[in-house]
Ligand binder design. Structure first.
Ligand code: SAM
Length: 241
């Protein structure tokens, strides 16, 4: 079988100018562009970000993924989605799967990568890195994430604030993605660790409605937008904002 190449392409955090030249080149070359979308509304932010760079007429296929944590339902959906991707590659066509930020950081591309590699190790896969949300967040807030002998950790708020305790013990700064669902619990943990004043909330970075909240105590505890993350520095902020 003459398979084309599957490209995992990071489109960056939201600002269409924060996409790499290489990503644009690949997007203009492939036969099909795939993107994950909710099965509820088929909306894909990655497509919105990439669209100024797509040639008119290139087919954009939304791969539905169910909003569930049921592992079996998710695994079945991704097996089916991977089959669709492989079908496209069969005639030697190249295809791109686009994702927000970087394709290897908390990305739906991970499911496709694993499933395609497992079922068809002969299919060539190339990954085009993207600027991550937290790199854009660090730039927007003007804060150094890590320097010198230091270390920083990237974690998720999906399981609540618990992991923060563990990470702040080991890293000089911590980035927490996906903070919307358990926001109140995460705030409580920050208070408990006396880190509220060392935390900044970055929402919709580089997009319409961008919001940067330096003083979390001034904001109520309603969940922020899905596109939000926290940057937590154990040291004080570099300069007062
Ligand atoms: C599925 S993860 C995608 C991460 C992405 N692959 C990356 O490299 O940053 C989605 C989470 O990334 C963060 N995120 C993505 N884009 C963002 C943006 N423009 N502003 C703030 N946070 C963002 C939010 O925490 C969101 O819940």
């Amino acid at each position: 079988m003459n398979y084309g190449t599957l490209y995992g392409v990071g489109v960056g955090p939201g600002d269409p100018e924060l996409i790499t030249l290489k990503a644009v080149k690949i997007l203009r070359h492939v036969a099909v562009v795939f993107a994950a979308a909710s099965t509820r509304n088929h909306y894909s932010l990655a497509v919105e970000i990439a669209s100024p760079h797509l040639d008119r007429g290139v087919p954009v296929a939304h791969l539905g993924f169910p909003m569930t944590r049921d592992k079996k339902v998710l695994a079945d959906a991704w097996a089916e989605n991977s089959r669709k991707v492989v079908e496209t590659l069969k005639d030697g066509n190249d295809a791109a799967f686009i994702t927000l930020g970087d394709p290897l950081i908390y990305s739906t591309f991970g499911y496709i990568l694993e499933a395609v590699r497992k079922a068809h190790p002969e299919i060539p896969i190339k990954i085009i890195p993207g600027i991550t949300s937290y790199q854009a967040g660090a730039a927007a807030t003007g804060q150094i994430l890590v320097e010198g002998e230091g270390s920083f950790a990237v974690t998720t708020g999906i399981g609540g604030g618990g992991s923060l305790k563990q990470w702040v013990d080991h890293a000089d700064s911590v980035v927490m993605l996906k903070v919307y669902r358990h926001y109140k619990e995460i705030l409580d943990t920050l208070n408990e660790l006396d880190l509220t004043d060392n935390s900044v909330l970055v929402s919709r970075c580089g997009m319409d409605g961008e919001e940067i909240v330096w003083n979390l105590k001034d904001r109520d505890d309603t969940p922020p937008h899905y596109m939000s993350h926290l940057i937590i520095r154990k040291k004080r902020w570099i300069s007062s904002p």
